[in-house]
Ligand binder design. Structure first.
Ligand code: HEM
Length: 134
């Protein structure tokens, strides 16, 4: 029998490659620590408790990267641009969001190839969320 080293099967999802749920929880927890102390972002979050928002982002990212589909079971189709419409996502908010996400991604210390994939997505997704003309 041919031995296939663990982690090299192409059918392994990105979710699995980075370590599954615990990795996404670490990422988003670290991200929300940044948000909690951010004078621009913190007031944008409608709820006093950031816990539920943290959970929504965790579940969304897990689903996006090939993990369990709990996000959509709870929330339906993501339609993220529409869900951000009530908030002013301008360049400054975008930059702040990405700064905290950068710190959070760095702390995961992923293999460079996985880190690039994750970071490319974050920058693309953040840019697509801007909903002001500036
Ligand atoms: C670019 C700057 C961004 C800002 C300022 C921002 C801000 C917000 C705010 C204020 C909320 C409401 C909090 C809540 O869930 O109650 C929210 C929700 C959410 N955001 Fe963002 N966001 C940004 C980018 C992104 C990006 C790039 C993603 C995905 C990669 C994302 C994913 C989500 C998700 C999944 C929710 C919860 C949606 C729901 O089910 O209601 N956001 N965001």
């Amino acid at each position: 029998m041919i031995e296939i080293p663990r982690g090299t099967l192409p059918e392994q999802t990105f979710y699995e490659q980075v370590g599954g749920e615990k990795t996404f929880r670490r990422l988003v927890h670290r991200f929300y620590q940044g948000v909690a102390g951010d004078p621009l972002l913190r007031p944008m979050y409608p709820e006093e408790d950031l816990g539920p928002a943290e959970e929504r982002l965790v579940l969304f990212l897990m689903q996006y990267w090939g993990g369990p589909r709990t996000y959509s079971e709870n929330r339906g189709h993501p339609r993220l641009r529409m869900r951000h419409a009530p908030f002013v996502v301008d360049r400054a908010a975008h930059d702040a969001w990405l700064r905290h996400m950068r710190d959070a991604v760095d702390e995961l210390a992923l293999a460079p190839e996985l880190e690039h994939q994750l970071w490319n997505y974050m920058t693309y997704a953040a840019a697509s969320m801007i909903n002001t003309a500036d």
